[in-house]
Design a protein around this ligand. Structure first.
Ligand SMILES: Cc1cc2nc3c(=O)[nH]c(=O)nc-3n(C[C@H](O)[C@H](O)[C@H](O)COP(=O)(O)O)c2cc1C
Length: 365
């Protein structure tokens, strides 16, 4: 691309130019027919804005707090795996960009840099995302390393008892590198005769017997950190999560990489929020590509959003600087949306600032 990218989608184009096809496909892809992948983005387009005018917007304050930590804008970095496949500095570069953007990064359990390397590279507030292995002792050890290294919360991902069927990775015979966090504990370089080795690794190593009754109690017994659950899509599970005492919920369908034909996350956000009834904060991810998307998620009740792929596109295009630019783009777009919608602060963004499809149909009756 000759000129500097002016939006997140142009960063995706840059990433496509620089990444080997196998890795680009790994980062962009979704499960099976990729219905949900498209829906995550498309559903935002079906929500329109209801701006208010003649409000003093000479000062816009995007800052907010998540679990008591103040961040410059309600846009956090989602946990995504294996950043060194996108850039040699990997998660360290992403974490530095998070610190520069004054936001929270959630480090993936499947990171290519270690918990310690990321912690010592910057002073960003960091949360740690967890998958639970059959070998619980290994997962416990990693959680305790995260706690010792100043991570402020555990984000337990609950939508991956197995790996979704990502057909591009199968075709490309995608191979995971050895993940450094697990060196000396478990090999992540499983041999696999056909397809991607990721699926075989998850099947062999992840604990697919986890249940509500067991896992949160176990986690509380090994860490004092607050626990969030990531991957909630229904009011039933939202209620369960609150009952077992989580500190927060992330409405997520794993960027459409797990179960295809789940709805776009933005279309289930209100269902989850109603069930939660304000008892714990609700975060949101899936399909955020514009500041207007962030605004819509906030208007529907999310406390903050997480971004996954856009961060990787920035990282692939230009390392730490690329991630900084992606975060700045989203923040600048949100700031403009707030100004043009008559919302000088995040708390001024309300349900009445958006019209959803369901609201539109109702108004036509
Ligand atoms: C390449 C890639 C790797 C991911 N790895 C993880 C992971 O290790 N743990 C996790 O909980 N979610 C993971 N996710 C899901 C993200 O945390 C997030 O839910 C999703 O990317 C949000 O959608 P978006 O990419 O449209 O922003 C991954 C997503 C992508 C695209």
């Amino acid at each position: 691309m000759a000129s500097e990218p002016v939006n997140v989608n142009e960063f995706q184009e840059l990433a496509k130019q620089v990444l080997p096809k196998m890795y680009y496909d790994f980062y962009t892809g979704g499960a099976e027919d990729q219905f949900t992948l498209k829906e995550n983005v498309e559903a935002f387009r079906r929500i329109t804005l209801r701006p208010r005018v003649l409000v003093d917007v000479s000062r816009i304050d995007m800052s907010t707090t998540v679990l008591g930590y103040k961040i410059s804008a309600p846009i956090m970095i989602a946990p995504t795996s294996m950043h060194q496949l996108a850039h040699p500095e990997g998660e360290v570069a992403t974490a530095r960009a998070a610190a520069a953007s004054n936001t929270i990064m959630i480090l993936s359990y499947s990171s290519t840099c270690t918990v310690e390397e990321v912690a010592s590279s910057c002073n960003a507030v960091r949360f740690f995302q967890l998958y639970v292995f059959k070998r619980r002792d290994i997962s416990a050890q990693i959680v305790q390393r995260a706690e010792k290294n100043g991570y402020k919360a555990i984000v337990l991902t609950v939508d991956a008892p197995r790996l979704g069927r990502r057909e591009a990775d199968i075709k490309n015979k995608m191979i995971s590198p050895q993940l450094k966090n697990f060196e000396g504990l478990i090999s992540t370089e499983l041999d696999c005769d056909e397809g991607s080795n990721l699926e075989a690794f998850v099947r062999a190593v992840y604990d697919d017997s986890l249940c509500w009754e067991d896992v949160i109690g176990w986690l509380k017994s090994i860490t004092n950190l607050p626990i969030l659950v990531k991957g909630i899509l229904t009011h039933e599970d939202a209620r369960k999560a609150v009952e077992v005492g989580v500190a927060g919920i992330v409405v997520s369908n794993h960027g459409a990489r797990q179960l295809d034909y789940t709805p776009a996350t933005i279309s289930v956000l209100e269902e989850v929020l109603q069930a939660v009834g304000g008892k714990v904060p609700v975060l949101f991810d899936g399909g955020i590509r514009r500041g207007t998307d962030v605004f819509k998620a906030l208007a529907l009740g999310a406390q903050a959003v997480l971004v996954g792929r856009p961060v990787i596109y920035g990282l692939a295009a230009n390392g730490e600087d690329g991630v900084r630019k992606v975060m700045k783009m989203l923040k600048d777009e949100l700031e403009l949306t707030m100004a043009l919608s008559g919302c000088p602060s995040v708390k001024d963004i309300t349900r009445s600032h958006v019209r959803t499809e369901c609201g539109r149909l109702r108004s036509q009756l």
